[in-house]
Design a protein around this ligand. Structure first.
Ligand code: NPW
Ligand code: ADP
Ligand code: K
Length: 488
């Protein structure tokens, strides 16, 4: 499990550790890890050209110390100082780190001296270190830093963010203005939620974690991302004495005369999610049977379909009734797509069994009564708010899929798999069938949602290999994704 902690947690853990260590020890550890990561990105350190963008805080200190280490190994290092002016009129900078850089032969200039032509200041650089702001930054980059960040991006140099890409919000993943677009982010002690959640995640590039001995309390994880082993441990496995009913039956209420394909896709996901059988209740039975003859098809509504261990309702449903009947059941229910329209929070809250909602940003925005852009800019808080309002687990789909449970003490789960090629019609139907099937197989809603998102994203990558995919390709790749995870 990859775990992420909020800034206040990281700072508290840092303070506790600093009390036990000689002054400056933590920063030296951070800088040593950072310099080693930079050296690994350069063909050779000796003779390479490194530019350090250094803010006035400890983030700038880390970058300057790392610059000093690279300078001692023969790199030509220049620091551009971005801090606001001190009493002497020069930009403020971490004093000891700047002294170390100078002692190692590095040069420094106020960033204002290159403001007229930032591109020239960065021309010829092999590597740029972004030490403008870390966890102490507030809001997007100021204009001087933004101009240098753009020039760094355009220069073709490897751009390494120190702790965080400057300009992103560490705790929420929001980006309020301009931010550094890094190739690699070297973060210290612990991941921060913003490194895992879009839009900020897209600015971070590849992530490297440097161990500096920090141990934030396990009870204070703010966000977590499953990895193969976590998913393998959560997946259902049939035992020797299993039969199809003991493995769980998932009921699917999806599709309509207008959208029969949604039913087919939802069932295709459900058949590959570990339940022993899939019951389909709705008007698209013929289309479902044509593709999936193993489905137990019931032409009537869900009330007449027989016993199930979970329901999935919503994909392609149109105005077909059924949501009330399903919500009245005493088994876990997943509500997606059309099922989410006009969903009554009180009815969901009153359910005796868990509910899982799987909106995309537009559906979440409608449920929250605010613009879609707000949800996309603040995925973590949107998912949490919805989970609280409905007393339900929420899987918010999109470029970063986020799973929030109704208990605010549970960390949000952030899905690390997937590809933008998934943004194609019908893939959400496959996902809801898959997650519903995992619910029927006995997984808790948070686990069913995050495991489904993980496998779905992995299947999409397998099916895509960099080319467009259709929703059905994703469904067909699910078994391979399952095998990837369990055979690792
Ligand atoms: N925690 C740990 O365990 C460890 C932490 N360590 C490191 O410490 C870092 C945190 O350092 P920190 O607290 O000094 O804050 P930091 O991120 O340097 O920024 C502060 C300065 O930035 C400026 N500024 C603010 N907003 C801005 C903007 N929008 N655009 C431009 N500038 C802006 C503002 O300065 P001003 O220019 O206003 O004087 C402010 O004073 C952390 O990320 C990690 O790298 C490691 O050394 C070891 C272990
Ligand atoms: N930019 C993106 N990057 C990665 N995955 C995405 C992106 N946009 C959408 N997705 C994923 O694609 C799927 C689309 O689901 P959904 O919006 O419900 O589509 P549909 O209703 O057509 O099935 C979800 O799994 C979602 O997380
Ligand atoms: K930074």
């Amino acid at each position: 499990m990859r775990t992420a902690y909020r800034t206040e947690t990281v700072r508290a853990a840092e303070a506790a550790l600093m009390a036990e260590l000689p002054e400056g020890a933590l920063m030296r550890r951070a800088a040593a890890g950072l310099a080693a990561a930079c050296a690994g990105l350069l063909p050779r350190v000796y003779g390479s050209r490194v530019v350090v963008l250094a803010g006035s805080g400890d983030n700038g200190g880390d970058a300057l110390y790392a610059g000093a280490r690279l300078a001692r190994r023969g790199a030509g290092v220049t620091a551009l100082l971005l801090g606001s002016p001190g009493e002497d009129g020069r930009p403020k900078a971490h004093r000891a780190a700047l002294a170390a850089l100078r002692a190692a032969g590095g040069a420094d200039r106020p960033a204002s001296a290159v403001a007229g032509d930032p591109a020239a200041a960065l021309a010829g650089a092999d590597l740029v270190l972004d030490g403008v702001t870390g966890i102490g930054g507030r809001g997007g980059l100021r204009p001087e830093a933004a101009a240098l960040a753009r020039a760094a991006r355009a220069s073709g140099a490897a751009l390494v963010a120190v702790d965080l890409p400057s300009g992103v919000d560490a705790d929420t993943g929001t980006v309020d203005g301009e931010a550094v677009r890094a190739d690699v982010t070297v973060t210290f002690g612990a991941y921060k939620p913003g490194l895992l959640i879009d839009p900020a995640r897209a600015y971070a590039g590849a992530l490297r974690l440097v161990d500096i001995g920090l141990t934030p309390p396990a009870g204070e994880v703010a966000a977590e991302a499953l990895q193969h082993a976590d998913v393998a441990a959560l997946l259902p496995h049939p035992a020797a004495e299993s039969d199809k009913y003991r493995r769980g039956v998932v009921g699917v209420v999806a599709g309509s005369a207008r959208y029969p394909g949604a039913a087919v896709l939802c069932v295709s996901g459900a058949l590959r999610g570990g339940a022993g059988a899939v019951r389909y209740a709705g008007p698209a039975g013929e289309a479902v049977l044509a593709r999936h003859p193993e489905t137990l098809v019931h032409p009537g509504g869900p009330a007449e379909a027989g016993r199930v261990q979970s329901w999935v309702i919503g994909p392609g449903l149109g105005d077909t009734p059924g949501v009330e009947a399903v919500l009245a059941s005493d088994v876990p229910v997943l509500v997606d797509a059309d099922g989410l329209r006009l969903l009554d929070p009180a009815a969901v809250r009153a359910r005796p069994a868990p509910t899982l909602l799987t909106p995309h940003a537009g559906e979440a925005a409608a449920l929250l009564g605010r613009p879609r852009e707000d949800v996309e800019a603040g995925r973590l808080s949107a998912a949490r708010e919805l989970a609280a309002a409905y007393g339900a687990t929420v899987l918010l789909k999109g470029s970063t899929t986020v799973v929030a449970s109704p208990d605010p003490k549970d960390p949000v789960r952030v899905n690390p798999t997937g590809t933008p090629w998934l943004a194609t019609a019908g893939t959400g139907d496959v996902l809801s069938g898959l997650a519903g099937s995992l619910l029927a197989a006995g997984l808790a809603p948070r686990d069913a949602a995050s495991v489904a998102a993980y496998l779905h994203g992995l299947a999409a990558r397998r099916a895509s290999h960099g080319a467009p995919v259709a929703a059905y390709d994703v469904a067909e790749a699910l078994s391979g994704a399952w095998r990837d995870v369990t055979e690792d």
